[in-house]
Design a protein around this ligand. Structure first.
Ligand code: TA6
Length: 281
């Protein structure tokens, strides 16, 4: 089932429900802000301080960083403009009792062309079932090529940050955004302070484990992954985030960031895909 709903302030979102899972996707930013199995907690973390107002990005869920990750394009706002742009629903369908799929689309506009002078089509396909697949498809409709960096900036809920471990990134080149140093990651990732790094040459499943569950992230069309936790000080300085929120999430972001950028020639497309599966331990 797919329903168009809105909050009291008129902020619109889609609610998807089937026998396996449910999800909520804001039209602004095609932003998945809830995904949960029928009988359990939300897979994603969502700030209780998030505004759900047009023009400001939702804090949590899966912000779409596009057409730039971070400040990879200094001419654009941090993480680009897709996450504060209004997408349109182009299709929705039930795939049996246990799966529902929607496609949302953003096209270039007068506003976007003033920010980033390229014609494009951006389609986001979300399939909700006992796994969640998210496919972000960029098509260059311009007469010139353009450079693209992007990320599915997923905030995954954890029971307690001190129990969280990220596996699958050992031996990968790591750019530490806090020190601007690059080195090879030697061990699995645990958290005891702010962590903000981009891993390259990633070609296998990433696992996020905590005391209660094991979450799998499998990426296609991507060889970079961002791992982030703001810890207390940064968390206290961030918008729409209570100071202790750092204890409740880890961002594991399916990306094309930094060296993993894409150049799309006219009429070329690129798909960034993530498949998420959470299993209770
Ligand atoms: O992906 C990690 C990161 O780039 C952090 O450096 C932090 O800025 C985070 O994204 C959130 O960014 P935002 O613009 O959503 O506040």
């Amino acid at each position: 089932m797919v329903e168009l709903k809105s909050f009291e302030n008129g902020f619109e979102y889609l609610e998807l429900k089937n026998d396996a899972a449910s999800a909520k996707i804001a039209l602004q930013g095609a932003h998945v802000f809830e995904y949960k199995y029928s009988d359990s907690q939300d897979v994603f973390w969502l700030s209780e301080n998030s505004a759900f107002e047009l023009g400001s990005a939702i804090r949590g869920g899966v912000p779409l960083c596009w057409p730039a990750f971070g400040l990879n394009n200094p001419d654009l706002p941090q993480h680009g403009f897709a996450r504060t742009s209004l997408f349109e629903l182009v299709s929705s369908k039930e795939l049996g009792e246990n799966a529902t799929e929607v496609v949302l689309r953003l096209r270039d506009s007068k506003e976007s062309l003033e920010l980033w002078n390229h014609k494009f089509e951006l389609e986001f396909k979300v399939r909700v079932s006992d796994t969640l697949t998210m496919e972000l498809k960029t098509t260059n409709l311009d007469a010139n090529e353009f450079k693209l960096t992007q990320a599915l900036h997923s905030y995954f809920r954890v029971s307690e940050i001190s129990d969280a471990v990220v596996k699958g990134l050992k031996s990968k080149p790591r750019f530490d955004a806090l020190t601007n140093k690059t080195f090879i990651q030697k061990e699995d990732i645990s958290f005891k302070e702010e962590f903000d790094s981009v891993f390259q040459e990633v070609d296998a499943e990433i696992i996020l484990e905590d005391a209660d569950a094991r979450l799998s992230v499998k990426n296609e069309g991507s060889s970079s992954v961002v791992v982030w936790n703001p810890w207390l000080d940064k968390c206290s300085r961030m918008s729409a985030m209570k100071p202790t929120a750092y204890r409740e999430f880890v961002c594991v972001e399916s990306a094309n960031a930094f060296e993993d950028f894409k150049i799309l020639r006219p009429n070329e497309t690129h798909i960034l895909k993530a498949t998420i599966l959470k299993q209770l331990s």
